[in-house]
Write a protein that binds this ligand. Structure first.
Ligand SMILES: [Zn+2]
Length: 185
């Protein structure tokens, strides 16, 4: 019996020992895994840090781009404002040029249309428009036109500074002219 117990004891011890060895081995493997994981965590942290730095620099770049964009936009607004001003000046000069040309050819124009000489057109027509008008409709009142412009004006409109030609409104309408939006003839 004693020998039997001794043998069984040995067997049990062998089992226990091998269990211990296995579990120790398992622990070592787990420790190694944990070590690997720690290493991985370290690497991930470093990676994350570099990503954060990258993100920060990108954000900085982005905000500087934004402020650059704002600069460009304000430049653009300034330029477009300047452009509008220049365009307005250009239109004004163009209108003046048209009126000069019109003045040059006003004499022949008036002769051709058998009206008063150009020098006296304005005063003549405004003084005697009722006498010279053939029609008696409500459109028989005088309006002022320019030779090249496609609008008719009332007296004293800014577009008539260089010259103006007086005709009846009905004739202006016949010529396909539209009323000036500035002076509402
Ligand atoms: Zn006008």
């Amino acid at each position: 019996m004693k020998k039997f117990f001794k043998t069984k004891y040995r067997a049990v011890m062998a089992v226990v020992l091998s269990l211990l060895v296995f579990s120790a081995y398992g622990n070592i493997v787990q420790l190694q895994k944990a070590g690997n994981q720690q290493q991985q965590v370290k690497e991930l942290k470093a990676d994350l840090k570099s990503k954060e730095e990258e993100y920060d620099s990108l954000r900085e770049e982005y905000s500087s781009t934004l402020s650059q964009k704002a600069d460009y936009e304000s430049d653009y607004y300034d330029l477009s404002e300047e452009y509008d001003e220049l365009e307005e000046k250009y239109n004004e000069l163009n209108e003046k040029q048209n009126q000069k040309e019109e003045k040059k050819s006003a004499a022949s124009y008036d002769t051709a249309s058998s009206e008063a000489p150009s020098a006296a057109v304005s005063s003549y027509s405004s003084n005697h428009s009722d006498d010279s008008d053939v029609t008696d409709s409500s459109d028989s009142y005088s309006v002022h036109i320019t030779k090249t412009g496609d609008k008719y004006h009332s007296a004293g409109c800014q577009y008539l500074r260089q010259s103006d030609i007086v005709i009846t409104k009905s004739e202006a309408v016949q010529r396909g002219l539209d009323p000036c939006s500035k002076c509402n003839p």
